[in-house]
Design a protein. Structure first.
Length: 68
C-alpha cells in the first residue's frame, strides 16, 4: 500500500503552495506599485517645478562668443 504523505508528495505539495503564494504576492505588489506610482505622479510636478525655480540662477555676466 502506498503512503499518502510520502516525501515526494510532500515536496510536490509544498512546491504548489509556494507557486500559489508567490502568484498572490506578485498580484499584490502590482496593486501597490500602481497606487504608489499614481501618488508620485500627482506630487512630482509640483516638486520638480519648485526645485527647478529655486535652483535656477540668472547670470548676466555670461557672454556667448561664436568661434570661427
Amino acid at each position: 500500500m502506498k503512503k499518502i504523505l510520502s516525501e515526494r508528495n510532500i515536496a510536490g505539495l509544498l512546491f504548489v503552495m509556494v507557486i500559489v503564494a508567490f502568484s498572490f504576492a506578485h498580484e499584490d505588489s502590482k496593486k501597490r506599485s500602481l497606487n504608489y506610482n499614481v501618488s508620485t505622479h500627482a506630487v512630482s510636478p509640483e516638486k520638480a517645478s519648485s526645485t527647478l525655480s529655486a535652483n535656477t540662477q540668472k547670470n548676466s555676466d555670461i557672454i556667448l562668443v561664436k568661434g570661427n
